[in-house]
Write a protein that binds this ligand. Structure first.
Ligand code: MRU
Length: 343
């Protein structure tokens, strides 16, 4: 399976997702600042992969800082990583976890501290893969046999430490012997669907057909799509779900055509501090992503552009949320809170 992000003695090694599928190249981040840059420039992307990278970034920061300077530097390490991208809550979840570790190690000898940070980062990584497999186990029974699944963006191995959330459910269904075909939305403007989801599914031999985003309604109406499965960047207490821009349109079209719309995400993507999705921060990205495709202009010079990277799907369109703890159904205030409590 593709290795998205890996801790090595040289630093944090990431597959460069800005280069896929044209070339498979790896980037080695040797400092926490380089990890922060990799997250900001989307060398690594996808909520869980951002969280894992941030945990490894904090560990790198601890290793690269002389022990006598760590107390002053630690908040800066965390802030630098936290300021990279605002929407995926897994980033802040991972940094908070590393902050708690630091607090618990207060006064420990430097060697013990360094070892504990590396071990914790590796735990975040390993847990993520195990969580995705559990999401897959819970979600696989929801995937109809012999039909197509529509997905948006990339919520696969490339968006996680491995296996994927939405694509993890599809993988688990295939492993259970179901015949599954995937429609992948290309996902303008960054083309995660075309560049990453298609590439990743092809690596595994899972049949996939690429469509442009504006074709989703046509295929949802055709009766060929058994369900939609997407990932999430942040889920509010009531189940409102922030995910890649365009997800909301797909959810509305799925409802219109009586196609179940599933969100697959780990419990670390829940933000129970937010009552609803209205206060989820939405990242605005550079205009050039919209006016240009691979450096080629597709709009007149000086065109006014809006480029929100995410939208929020109201929970009334979400049939169920598949987590590692099980499948949450409405009312989400109750089902999600129970999963967050570990029930
Ligand atoms: O901007 P990106 O590529 O980081 O956005 C990714 C998504 O929106 C994914 O669907 C989400 O993070 C879930 S990944 C398992």
């Amino acid at each position: 399976m593709v290795e998205t992000v890996k801790w090595t003695p040289d630093g944090v090694v990431m597959i460069d997702q800005t280069k896929l599928p044209r070339t498979v190249e790896f980037v080695t981040c040797r400092t926490y600042q380089e990890v922060a840059d990799a997250i900001r420039t989307m060398v690594v992307r996808g909520a869980p992969a951002i969280g894992v990278s941030a945990a490894m970034g904090v560990a790198l920061g601890v290793l690269q800082t002389p022990p006598e300077r760590l107390a002053a530097e630690f908040p800066r390490i965390c802030e630098t990583l936290a300021s990279t991208r605002p929407t995926a809550v897994n980033l802040f979840w991972a940094i908070s976890r590393m902050k708690r570790l630091y607090a618990s190690l207060d006064g420990s000898p430097p060697e013990r501290l360094r070892q504990a940070f590396v071990e914790e980062a590796l735990r975040v990584y390993e847990e993520d893969i195990a969580i995705n497999r559990a999401i897959g186990r819970h979600g696989a029974p929801l995937v109809p046999d012999g039909k197509s699944v529509l997905t948006h963006c990339n919520a696969g191995a490339l968006a996680t430490a491995g296996y994927g959330t939405a694509l993890g459910v599809i993988r688990a269904a295939v492993e259970a012997g179901k015949k599954v075909h995937v429609f992948a939305d290309e996902t303008r403007p960054f083309l995660q669907g075309a560049r990453l989801t298609v590439w990743e599914l092809q690596q595994d031999g899972i049949p996939v057909t690429l469509i442009t985003d504006n074709m989703a309604g046509h295929f949802l109406k055709s009766g060929r799509i058994g369900c939609v499965i997407v990932g999430a960047d942040r889920i509010a207490r009531n189940g409102d779900t922030a995910n890649k821009i365009g997800t909301y349109s797909v959810a509305v079209l799925a409802r219109e055509n009586n196609v179940p719309f599933y969100v697959a995400a780990p419990v670390s993507t829940l933000d129970l501090s937010l009552e609803s999705g209205g206060r989820i921060p939405i990242e605005e990205r550079a205009a050039g992503e919209v006016t240009h495709v691979f450096g080629v202009p597709v709009a007149p010079e000086g065109t006014a552009v809006a480029n929100p990277a995410f939208d929020v799907t109201p929970s009334r369109y979400v049939t169920a949320i598949i987590t590692e703890k099980g499948v949450a159904r409405p009312p989400y205030e109750e089902s999600l809170a129970a999963f967050a409590r570990g029930e």
